[in-house]
Design a protein around this ligand. Structure first.
Ligand code: SF4
Length: 368
């Protein structure tokens, strides 16, 4: 289990480490308005990913294997979750620090009751690119309400088009048809383009690459093929099971010739390509073979209020304690700024020589 760095001591006991002393002092310092908030690698804080639940209705083998996340798995009790008011308060502080994109994740975010209410609250924070990643299982009946609440974009995970493969990967026997219907409902509700994320694991679904590309290449929706990642420590990751992005691109290019296109902005995770014949976009996310830490501007907030500065982190900061221990927004804002200023994460660049896996946070807990 990842380490939790307590922040409440900021008021009481002397800090145990220089890092805590820096954060404590920063928390007490007057807010340094106007000073660009960058980390030790000059990366600004631009994206906040918020996990709103650690529960999911799928058991994807590369994320939440059934043998680990069985009936008796100790999911977080409701009281441990940040309330919508707490999430919105923290998000407002992050927006004050320059965040312009908020992605809601999980587990499966659509399992969180009344999520529309949270979306409405976050949408009131101003000109924020408010988006959500879902497995699509509940999208069919929720798409309209999400859109009406102020959600701007939606990303749907779909790892194969053939039922046997898809059911094997989600491991709850969930049919492809219902996810495709969810995508259609989201499109009808006004979401466009919809991004489709497909994790590719060798020996499991590399045969699904071309069918997925073929199915969506005239739809206006954008498929992004994702290299299988060693997030957390429960998915049994091996490098041999990774299908490199270059191989994925070659596979598509043989069927439908591709041309590379420029990123939309610095820090965009997907490499963009387009089909030579219809200029429709397709992408690959190459966290394993072509690291993109240099431009990583993402912070992650867990559903129980821990702040992580990398997907592969083994330690998080307990912001929930600050919220529930009476710290005001300026103090919390300073603590968050101090944490970001100390950030030096570049896991994917130095993957080989890294923290033992058993300490790293799980994808299902922190969201992608
Ligand atoms: S490994 Fe960490 S630092 Fe690198 S891109 Fe991913 S989240 Fe960012």
């Amino acid at each position: 289990m990842a380490t939790v760095i307590p922040l409440t001591d900021l008021r009481a006991a002397p800090p145990a480490t220089a890092r805590e002393a820096f954060i404590r002092d920063a928390t007490r310092a007057p807010r340094a308005d106007g000073v660009a908030l960058v980390d030790t690698r000059n990366r600004p804080l631009h994206d906040l990913r918020i996990s709103v639940t650690d529960r999911c209705n799928f058991r994807c083998v590369y994320c939440m294997p059934k043998d680990v996340y069985g009936r008796d798995f100790p999911f977080l009790p409701h009281a441990a979750l940040l309330t919508f008011e707490e999430i919105t308060r923290v998000a407002r502080i992050f927006v004050g620090h320059g965040v312009r994109k908020i992605r809601l994740t999980g587990g499966e975010p659509l399992l969180r009751k009344n999520l529309e209410r949270l979306i409405h609250m976050l949408a009131s924070l101003g000109d924020i690119d408010l988006t959500l990643t879902t497995n699509g299982a509940l999208l069919g009946r929720k798409a309209r309400a999400l859109r009406d609440a102020g959600l701007r974009r939606v990303t749907v995970s779909l790892d194969a088009l053939d039922d046997p493969t898809f059911r094997a990967m989600n491991d709850v026997d969930f049919p492809v048809r219902r996810v495709l219907d969810g995508i259609d409902a989201a499109h009808a509700a006004g979401f466009s383009p919809i991004k489709i994320n497909a994790v590719v694991k060798r020996g499991l679904n590399e045969h699904a690459i071309v069918p997925l590309a073929r199915h969506f290449r005239g739809s206006g929706h954008i498929v992004r093929f994702i290299e299988y990642m060693d997030v957390g420590h429960t998915n049994g990751w091996r490098m041999n099971d990774v299908v490199p992005a270059a191989e994925i691109v070659e596979t598509i290019d043989r069927a439908f010739p591709l041309d590379p296109i420029e990123p939309n902005y610095a820090g965009e995770v997907a490499q963009r390509w387009r089909y030579r014949d219809n200029h429709q976009e397709v992408g690959v996310i190459a966290s394993v073979t072509q690291a993109f830490c240099r431009d990583c501007t993402r912070a992650r907030l867990s559903t129980d209020g821990k702040l992580y500065t990398c997907l592969f982190a083994d330690a998080g900061y307990d912001v929930r304690m600050l919220l529930r221990d009476g710290f005001d927004d300026a103090e919390i804002g300073n603590a968050i700024a101090a944490i970001w200023r100390l950030r030096a994460d570049r896991y994917s660049e130095i993957r080989a020589a890294n923290t033992p896996r058993e300490k790293r946070i799980e994808m299902s807990y922190i969201g992608g």
